[in-house]
Design a protein around this ligand. Sequence first.
Ligand code: DGT
Ligand code: CA
Ligand code: CA
Ligand code: ZN
Length: 569
Amino acid sequence: MKNREIAAIFDSLADILEIKGEDGFRVNAYRRSARIVGDLPTDVADMLAEGTLTKVPGIGKGTAGSIEEYLTRGKITRYEEERKTIPKGLVELLSIPGLGPKTIGLLWKELGVKSLAGLKRALRGGKILDLPRMGAKKVENIEAGVRAYESRSGRLTLGAILPTAESTIEELAAATGVDVVLAGSVRRYRETIGDIDVLATSTKAAPVIEAFTALECVEEILASGSTKASVRVSGALQIDLRIVPPASAGAALMYFTGSKAHNVRLRGIALDKGLKLNEYGLFQGERRVAGRSEEAVFKRLGLPFIAPELREDRGEVEAALEDDLPDLVEEKHIRGDFHVHSNWSDGRSTIEEVARAAKARGYAYVSINDHTRSLGIAHGLSVARLEQQMEEIDAVNTKIKGITVLKGTEVDILSDGRLDLPDDMLERLDVVVASIHSGFGQPREKITGRMIAAVENPHVDIIGHPTGRLLGTRPAYDVDLERVMRAAAESGTALEINAYHERLDLNDMNARLATDLGVTIAIGTDAHIVDQLWMMGLGVHTARRGWLRRKDILNTFTLKALRKRLGSV
Ligand code: DGT
Ligand code: CA
Ligand code: CA
Ligand code: ZN
């Protein structure tokens, strides 16, 4: 389905026009087309074939023509032509968080900035402050954006690549009949991924390499040797494959799972015992004493098995030596989801669809948490609409057995710290998630105050996406998290691990700090369509990376225990 690709081109077109300073009407028309096409639930190719495309409100003849051109010729002439009218390097600047097309246009026209290097020169030279509507605060934001952009360069979110990673190992295993597993940062479930590492166990590497480089997803073969190969799949995503014999499979998996820092620690422990550890095995002199499985290697090193998520040299080696590793939460412990949007606000699934999908995942409960009225762009609910929604939830609960739909909200924490729903309304809900969606630029004291006010509201159960960061695109707002955590521990309010792949907020280390301070963590997917409920796994693995145990996680509570904890009946 090409909908998203086409939407991205319309968006780029709008960006280019905006950089050039063309009139807002045409810019907005392309933005609107992008949004409409991106949100279409059906394939534009089918709609074009059936002649239904031009019947969609907002898709005129011109837009339909561009879509047809893309589907038949793979490009849109208008876009190709416009692209040539601005310096190539300006397009890259659009990826810098906090830097929009208007400012880029200004930098280009006024200061001759044509690339990232040019932007950095302008920042260093201080000339940028002379631009209209530019202040010290804004310059600081741009500098922070450049830093964020440079530090993530080339890294993708785990959630964006995990489906590709999983289907690759399945297809390769099916094609070759050998054991194929993931290693590297994907197996450690890091929030962003440089490349995908895959390990296959076989004594005959050639047929595995052949099958690997012939996979349908492969766009380019970067390297192909006798025991390893690298390919490029969609975009810049690279997959590295190594083939190892069974006698070294465990040691190789350990080595290529990393992290490097963790590996260094394990090699040190081996040395202390007069052993040598490398990707071929654990050796005493020339003799291999372990290597077939990770379990065997750990055992011979005198250590319990260390879960891949912990292998970051953040104290796991010390804990293992003292046999004091945490008993980590597992996906199978999860009984429900606390953050799901429905089509009552900006989601796309009905409450009934959410209920059925949650039931199919084996959950006991799921809560519906739509936005509230201040979030107009997200069709936030008024009190009256929320009351209607509660009736609908009652109806769904009567209709569908084996799952309980909880009444919830994602109430907006307003910029002055008040909540967007009155207390008497909040009191009637089962699961109140309170989140910040505005005023990201406020000073630390102010944002911290807003969050603490929400934490201390007795009706608020969970603080949603507590730092507001979006991976690679928006830094966290300036908040004193530790103070919020202490307040949350005091009032018994849970903090969220928002499992949506671009958020993962709280992140691993913050979740760890929160539980160390006595805070309960609630995992919510922030799903806007039932196809996103799978991201619960990303949240659980983030929790594991934060050393969290079953009892730290609200989602592991039975419905009865949950109701008691939330104070709802
Ligand atoms: P990434 O791809 O940047 O998200 O992170 P990783 O951890 O997957 O790193 P990658 O793909 O460069 O290498 C995979 C693993 O292989 C890494 O976690 C540890 C191991 N490894 C790679 N190079 C070295 C090395 O020079 N020394 C050691 N000890 N281990 C290495
Ligand atoms: Ca990797
Ligand atoms: Ca790699
Ligand atoms: Zn939210």
